[in-house]
Structures are given as structure tokens and as C-alpha cells.
Design a protein. Structure first.
Length: 346
């Protein structure tokens, strides 16, 4: 059997662990793997090669993806689906494993509905995909953000500053909550709960009044601030230009929040945006293991002909669910976890 393999969307620690697991498992079971470069773009441009054991040797500790990635949406390209189907026929690909987030898996679900034998592997550092308890890349991102918060504590305390740390999280605040609690943040702001800037400032002022002359505020990039007449809150964006999947470019809430805090309280306030640092570099042991387990289970699904499925972590068990579960749905913060962190929130 010839199995196509692609990685789509943003890069993520653990992708190479998945690639390695798929290739090594396939070769051991006498299958061939065709590595497709740069996500769906590679299918549209016929850019692919057969992967060997040499391709995946020594990559498990590397971040990013050796296959490259893109945010190409074939359904926004002229005759995109037809070109995808032609590619699969021309390359004699019997099944396709797609590794990606909501958008990549959404395309995979549409391809499956058109008759393509597809298996999905969930990937996002935001951990906001429905159908799985955790996605690989999340643990690495949390540890990177936590370390940054630890380091910012010392400079905040030395200079009696308020430090605002902006972390990733478009729709859900998993990174902000986990890293914020682990890093000892004083305020944690997440997209699920629009924040009242006055309440944030009251908490920070109370800390200063009690003799704590520095504070750490962790805010997810998709956090919204309450405005009069808008119960859903206002989102801060860097650009209204949309990508191929209709997403605007977020960013800037950290600097906006820092400026507002300094203006209202008069305390020196600085902002730090971690940005892509969170998804670069070597993956943690957890993410290497999870990526490996996902890759092997994806191959199991291919061999048993269970297509239209997405591998998933349920507790500590790797299982699988309908691939359509991840399409167009966001896995928001667990309410119990948020209640655990309420003492750190405004």
C-alpha cells in the first residue's frame, strides 16, 4: 500500500515524531510512504517524494516538520479538489494521512466525503481541537511559556514593574491557563471570559497596596476586553486581512493592555509577546511520545481500513473518533479548570 503523508497549518513541536512513527511503522509492515511537501500545496503542485528510513533518522528531537507546511486551502484554489484527486491517482496513493489542526482536518473531512481514504492526526499547540483530550505541541508550548514567565518574575521584582505576557490562544485559553498557573501569574486572561479592565486594575492595585510591588499578567492573544454594549467583548487584531481559511491575524492585546494599565495606575508596565517562540524548538518528552503513539495508531487505522477517522487521546488511551468531530468546533477550557484558576483571574 502507498500511503500519502502531509503536515498542514502552523508548525508544531512533535510533528517530526508523527512522521517518523508513520514511516517506520509503514516500512516495517511492507508499505510505502509518499511524503507530500508543504501541506495541500504540495498536492496541488505535485511536490512529493518517497520517504525512506534515512529521511526520518534523527528527527524525533527536532521541532518543525521535515515535510514543510502551509495554510493552503485547496477549496479556495481553481479546481482544487479535482487537482487533489488527480494527484492521488497520478502518484498511486491508496490512503492519505493528514496531520494538522481544525482547518487541515476540515479539508480532510471534505476529501473523505468525496471518496478519498483519509486518516486525520490532530495537531495544535493551542489544544483547542474537539475530539481529543490533548494535542501534541501543547505541552512544549506551555513549558516554554512557563519558563518565560519564571524569567520575567525576576526582572519584574527587581524593577517594581507590572509585566504583561501575551501567549498564543486564538479561541481558547489553554496555554494561558496552564502556563499562568504553573508560572505563578497574578492575573490570567483567556478568550472564553471577556475581562473588565477596571477589575484587572483593582486587583493589581490591591497587590501593590498589600506591599507586592510587582505583578505578572498572562493574557491569551485572543482574549477580549469588555466594552459597553458588547457582551461578547472586543478582539484586538494586528491585521484584518484573512488567510485562506478566513482567519484574521491576531496580536497586540498585550501591548494594549500594558498601556492601559500604566495609564490607569501609573505603575511602570511592560509587555512581552512570546509569539512563535512557543512553537519552535525541541519538543518535550510528552509531545514526542504522543506524536509517536498518534503516528502508529494512524497506521493501524490505515491497515484495518477504518478511514474517515481521527486519532485521539482519551485519558491515557489512544483511540479514534469521526474526523468530522474536529471540523468547525473549538474545544474551550474545561469549566472546572477555569474555576481552579479563578483566584488568579480578575
Amino acid at each position: 500500500m502507498n500511503i500519502g503523508l502531509l503536515t498542514g497549518g502552523g508548525d508544531c513541536p512533535g510533528l517530526n515524531a508523527v512522521i517518523r512513527a508513520v514511516v517506520r511503522t509503514a516500512l516495517k509492515r511492507n508499505h510505502t510512504v509518499t511524503g507530500i511537501r508543504n501541506g495541500y500545496k504540495g498536492m496541488l503542485e505535485d511536490d512529493a517524494e518517497t520517504l525512506t528510513r534515512d529521511h526520518v533518522r534523527g528527527i524525533i528531537y527536532r521541532g518543525g516538520t521535515i515535510l514543510g507546511t502551509s495554510r493552503t486551502n485547496p477549496y479556495k484554489e481553481p479546481e482544487g479538489e479535482t487537482r487533489i484527486l488527480d494527484f492521488l491517482t497520478r502518484r498511486a496513493i491508496d490512503a492519505l494521512i493528514t496531520v494538522g489542526g481544525e482547518d487541515t482536518l476540515g479539508v480532510a473531512a471534505r476529501l473523505h466525503a468525496s471518496g478519498v481514504k483519509v486518516i486525520g492526526v490532530p495537531k495544535t499547540i493551542d489544544n483547542d481541537l474537539e475530539g481529543t483530550d490533548f494535542t501534541f505541541g501543547f505541552d512544549t508550548a506551555v513549558n516554554i511559556a512557563m519558563e518565560a514567565i519564571d524569567r520575567l518574575h525576576t526582572t519584574a521584582e527587581s524593577h517594581n514593574r507590572i509585566m504583561v505576557v501575551e501567549v498564543m490562544g486564538r479561541h481558547a485559553g489553554w496555554i494561558a491557563l496552564y502556563a499562568g498557573i504553573a508560572g505563578g501569574a497574578d492575573v490570567i486572561l483567556v478568550p472564553e471570559h471577556p475581562f473588565d479592565i477596571e477589575a484587572v486594575c483593582r486587583k493589581l492595585q490591591a497587590r501593590h497596596d498589600s506591599g507586592q510591588n510587582f505583578s505578572i499578567v498572562v493574557v491569551a492573544e485572543g482574549a477580549k476586553y469588555e466594552t459597553e454594549g458588547d457582551v461578547d467583548g472586543t478582539l484586538v487584531v494586528r491585521s484584518m486581512e484573512q488567510d485562506a481559511f478566513g482567519h484574521v491575524r491576531l496580536g497586540g492585546i498585550g501591548s494594549v493592555l500594558a498601556a492601559e494599565i500604566e495609564h490607569r495606575l501609573g505603575y511602570e508596565t511592560r509587555s512581552t509577546v512570546l509569539g512563535h517562540i512557543q512553537r519552535g524548538g525541541s519538543p518535550t518528552a510528552f509531545d514526542r511520545m504522543l506524536g509517536t503513539r498518534f503516528g502508529i495508531h494512524a497506521m493501524d487505522l490505515v491497515e484495518t481500513g477504518r478511514f474517515g477517522r481521527m486519532v485521539s487521546l482519551n485519558g491515557n488511551r489512544v483511540v479514534d473518533v469521526d474526523i468530522a468531530v474536529a471540523e468547525g468546533r473549538v474545544r474551550y477550557l474545561d469549566p472546572d479548570l477555569y474555576r481552579l484558576a479563578e483566584m488568579f483571574c480578575e
